[in-house]
Design a binder for this molecule. Sequence first.
Ligand code: NAD
Length: 353
Amino acid sequence: MIDKNQFRGHEQVAYFHDKESGLKAFIAVHDTSLGPAAGGCRMWPYANEMDALSDALRLARGMSYKNAMAGLPLGGGKAVIIGNSKTDKSDELFKALGRSIESLNGAYITAEDVGMTEHDMMTIATETDHVAGLPQGDNDSSDHASGDPSPFTAKGIYLGIKAAVKYKLGKDSLEGLTIAVQGVGHVGQYLCQHLYNDGVKLLVSDIVQENLEYAVEHFNATVVPIDEILSVKADVLSPCALGAIINDDTVPNFNVPIIAGGANNQLAEDTHGIRLMDKGILFAPDYVINAGGIINVSGEAIGDYDIDWVNKKVDNIYNTLIHIFERADQEQRPTNVVADEMAEEIIANAKIS
Ligand code: NAD
């Protein structure tokens, strides 16, 4: 069900229906005060148009906040395609989406998200230049392509964990700490490498046996069953698999002082941030700690890709999180609420100047 409040702050929402290819998509441009609206394209079998629109609005707003907190000269937007990514894809469909994006004259820049592949992005790029996150060395614009975002996302999470450990536990080093990582996929594996290098004892869980074996072999990790990883005793829990893992069922069982991981939308509801605060658990807001990937992609979206610029922005995730933790403590409010407010302030200031 769509709520009129979901449109709050949105500058433009467009529906594109291309009868020939079957494309049905929404593009939501939430805010462009900081720069063109950037955010991934998602392909999902939504039950109906209203569900797709609701998701586009929610995700576009989230991208405005994420880009603002990452210090990027980008606003927030999102494209959603209604369709099954396994059965409904065609080059014509993605070309039609490319023409739709082109018709917005640069107000929206797309990138890969759930259900999309690099190949799909390259097809979109045949119709518009407003595409970021193209594979390196594989296309005409590869000289400034940013490639796989996961290592950058993982580095940001690693630095975010260090910030949380410094703030909550008063430690400058992670050596000897126990960190539980839920999901050792792309991001989880790169993260484990950083943590292992720092002398962390790793507890890992995954539903894919091969990924577990990799973590055991390369990072000396201990495997924890998937139904125990969220209640295991550790210094940090780092969710790197699924969203909504902080919910009514899991909150009472958390056995950690810190939750800091890369999965998107970890709080099932915003109010679960209050529950964590009441329990004395320091939560690193997910869209702040996992911004390394979008920072890397933005290095491409903004112009000539500059790795030093990207690294500086990723490194700053540490400071941004410390600011959030301090303000949340001073105001006795949950970190997720404080992060949203800080993002809104950055956007409001950009509108004034
Ligand atoms: P991925 O699919 O490579 O890895 C996810 C891993 O989680 C997989 O190994 C999967 O088997 C595992 N998993 C799934 N269900 C599980 C469960 N119930 N218990 C334990 N493990 C489970 O994805 P990724 O690119 O590593 O991204 C991980 C998370 O980080 C996602 O939520 C993603 O949205 C978010 N994220 C990723 C990036 C990026 O740069 N890749 C950027 C920002 C946010």
